[in-house]
Structures are given as C-alpha cells and as structure tokens.
Design a protein around this ligand. Sequence first.
Ligand SMILES: C[S@@+](CC[C@H](N)C(=O)[O-])C[C@H]1O[C@@H](n2cnc3c(N)ncnc32)[C@H](O)[C@@H]1O
Length: 237
Amino acid sequence: MSLEKAYEWYKSHTHDVHQSWKELGGEKQWEGYNQLNKLIEEIKDEFNFQKIICVETGASQDKNDGAFGLFFAKLCELTNGEFHSVENNLNILDKSKSMYEKHGVKVKHYLQDSVEFLKSVKIVPNLIHLDSWDLDLEDPFPSALHGWREFTAIEDKMPIGSIIIIDDNFFKGTWVNYNVTFNGEYNGVVKRIDIEYPIVGKGCLIYNFVEGGSSNWKKLSKDVVGSNQKIIFKKIK
Ligand SMILES: C[S@@+](CC[C@H](N)C(=O)[O-])C[C@H]1O[C@@H](n2cnc3c(N)ncnc32)[C@H](O)[C@@H]1O
C-alpha cells in the first residue's frame, strides 16, 4: 500500500520530466517510471517492514537521472521511518539537499565515502539503494568493486527480510549507446557498447555471489535484456 502511495507521489513530483521526455518523442513512458513499476512488482509481496529505514548511496539531485531517492524518502515518511543519503561530493550533496527540500521530504545527509559510511553506520537499515560510484561501461570493474564493498560493509547489519537494490546493470545481449568520457567529462563521442558478459554493472559481483547459492540472500528481480536494470535481493537467513 505504501509502495503504491509513494509511487503516486513520485509520479506527481516528476511529471515535468515525463512530459519533456514525451515531447522529445518518447513513445511509451519515461524510463524512471518503467524502473519503478518493475521494482514495485518485484518487492510488493516480499517486503514486510512496518517502519522503513532506508539508505541511498550516491545522492539523488537531478530528476533527469531518476532521483529515485524521492520515491524511497516518501516511502520512509509514509511508514514513519527514516531516509539516509550518503554522497562524497559536497557540490552534489548541496544540490541534493535543495532538491529534497523543494519536494518536502525529510532526509538525513552525510558527506562521506559510502563504503566508510556503511562500515561504521549505527542505524539498522532494512532497505538499501546502492547507486554511488558511476558505472563506466568502458571500464566497469571499479564501479562493480565499489558496489561489492558497499554490500559487504552492510549485509550483516541488515535484518532478515531486508532488501538491497543496486542500480545500473546490463544483461548479455543488451547494447548501449554510450557517451564516452575523458577525465570524467563527456567528450561528445557516442559509442555502441555490446554487453557480452552475462551481467555488467554496479551489482554484477553481488549478483554472482547470490546466484552462486551460498549467500544469505535471494534474487527478487527478473533479468531483463535491453535496458538499464535495477537488480534486487532479499535477505532470507
Ligand atoms: C548515479 S549518481 C546517483 C543518482 C541517484 N541515486 C538517483 O537516483 O538519481 C552517483 C552519485 O554517487 C556519488 N559517488 C561516487 N562515488 C562515491 C563514493 N565513493 N561514495 C559516495 N558517493 C559517491 C557521485 O558523486 C554521484 O553523485
């Protein structure tokens, strides 16, 4: 119920992005809505905490990037929970503060490396959205390693029934028009990248660990080829 309410609220606060996307010729609905529809379908019968304590790594600040933290923050508010956001770039953190304030949801912000934050955190999250170290499809390993380090820093602290969501993953058979960057800046070149490994992305090491069968987690998300995917795991023991 809270998931649906938070989603309706998110839609009403991101309607402008959806609208401009349609005006640019987008056929169906904006990708942000596709991702959240799928996410809600995948967790709605699996996530049963009355009070949601959520952490996002990589602060939401631009609705064009999804700003999924808005959805999670609203979900926490609707359940009398807490929403925490960690970011290591002060400039982005300031933009993030303004964005959340503008939309009237309560957030506790932290300026820190996300792995260090998760290692020392005292709160007990039951929902995590890992979306920090940007994925470079020409060199995906640092981002995947960072995602893995975030996971190992927090997994033991989360109660059974908790959910971890990891953004920016691509399955084999997907191709991506990738904006090439040089020293972190887009250099105007777009290159087609074909995903040839079974999975490439922020969560690919976690995915392989869970699918390997000896973890305390099970996969909830469906593996979909053709677009950027959030992968989702539930703690089962
Ligand atoms: C993809 S963006 C986050 C998008 C956001 N979650 C959303 O839904 O719109 C990634 C963010 O992670 C931050 N970041 C990168 N490395 C980080 C680290 N080691 N610790 C914390 N934040 C980091 C970047 O500065 C950037 O703001």
